[in-house]
Design a protein around this ligand. Sequence first.
Ligand code: IMP
Ligand code: MG
Length: 352
Amino acid sequence: MNAIPSKLKLLVPPIGNFFTRLPLEAAFKFQDRKRFISSRRFVSPSFNDVRLILNSAQLMAVTTHGALQLATFDGDVTLYDDGQSLEPDSPIIARMIDLLLKNVKIGIVTAAGYTTEDRYYARLHGLLDAIAQSTVLTPQQRQNIVIMGGEANYMFEFSPTSPHLLAPVPRERWLTAEMATWSDTSITALLDVAEAALRDCIKTLSLPASLMRKDRAVGIIPSDPNVRIPRESLEETVLVVQKILELSVRGTERNNNIVPFCAFNGGRDVFVDIGDKSWGVAVCQEWFGRKNGHRPTSIRPEETLHVGDQFLSAGSNDFKARSVATTAWIASPTETVDLLDELADFMTKKLS
Ligand code: IMP
Ligand code: MG
C-alpha cells in the first residue's frame, strides 16, 4: 500500500482499490465511435456516458492486461427484468454459453435467497436447459457454473442428472475459513434486530408492506403486488436499518464473532441478508480456484469480473463485489447483452 494517498483518493476518500489499470483514453475512443459523445454540441458527457466508458476500460483491462477466468453475474435487472426469469429466448444465454466455451467460469451471485434448487431452476431454466442440451460444451465446461444465492448463503452446482439440473452443495464444502466463524446464534441475533427495525419502519413510515423472514435474511415486500412502496421510503428504511444494525453490532462486538450483513433497496423491496456479494464472489473465486489443476489457489480479483446493476454506494448490493473483483455496471439486461458482445470482441482480438 502507498503511504501517500493518490490525488484521486484525496478527492474521493471512499474510492476503493483498483485491481487493474484502466485504459480510459482507448475506452473513450471506443465508446465515442458508438455514442458520438464528442459530436454533440449541447449535451455534455452524461453519467451514463461515463459509466459505459468505465465499463469498456474495465473489459479492455481484464482481457488485455490479464486473462479473465471468472465472470459473476447478478440476477434481477442484470440477467432478466426485475422479478422475472431467464427465459429460453433470452439473447444472454448464447453469450453465457460462449463464455463457458472459452473456459471462463461463471457464478450467478444473486440476492434471491432460496433453500431449494426448484426455485433457482424456475428463475434460470432457460440457461440451465441450454447448458444441458448443448452439444458443444464439454462435461468439464458444464461444471464451470455455480449459483450463489442469498448473496453468499446457498450454493448449487450444475447437475445434468438432477430433475432441476442443479444440486445443492453442502456449506461445509464451500464456506471460507472466515465465514465458518459466523455462528448460528449471532446470525439469528442479527436478523432479530433487523426484523424489529423493519417492523418499526413499516409503522413509522406507514409502509404498504409485509415482513418476510427467512433463515438467512429478513425483508419487507409490498403487501399488494400491484402497489409500489415509494422509492424514498425504501431508501429511508435501508438507512434506518443499516444504522440500527451497525450500532447494535458495535454494542455486542466480541472479537471475531462479527457477522457481516447487507441491507439494500431491491427496487420494490428492502432486504437484509447475512453476508454480501463480496463474500459470494470470493466463494466462487475459491471454489473454481481450488479446482484449477495446475494452480490450485483462489482466482484473483483482476481475473474476475462481476456484472451487476446495483452500484450506487448507499444500500446497493452489487457495490460490495467491488472490493474483491473488477466490476461492470449495467442498467438493463439489454445492456448486459451489449457488454458481453464487447467482452467477446476484446477476447477474440486478444487471441488473434
Ligand atoms: P439480485 O438482483 O439478483 O441480487 O436480486 C435481488 C432481489 O431478489 C431483491 O430485490 C428481492 O426482490 C429478491 N429476493 C428474494 N429473496 C431474497 C432474499 O432472501 N434476500 C434478498 N433479496 C431477495
Ligand atoms: Mg440486481
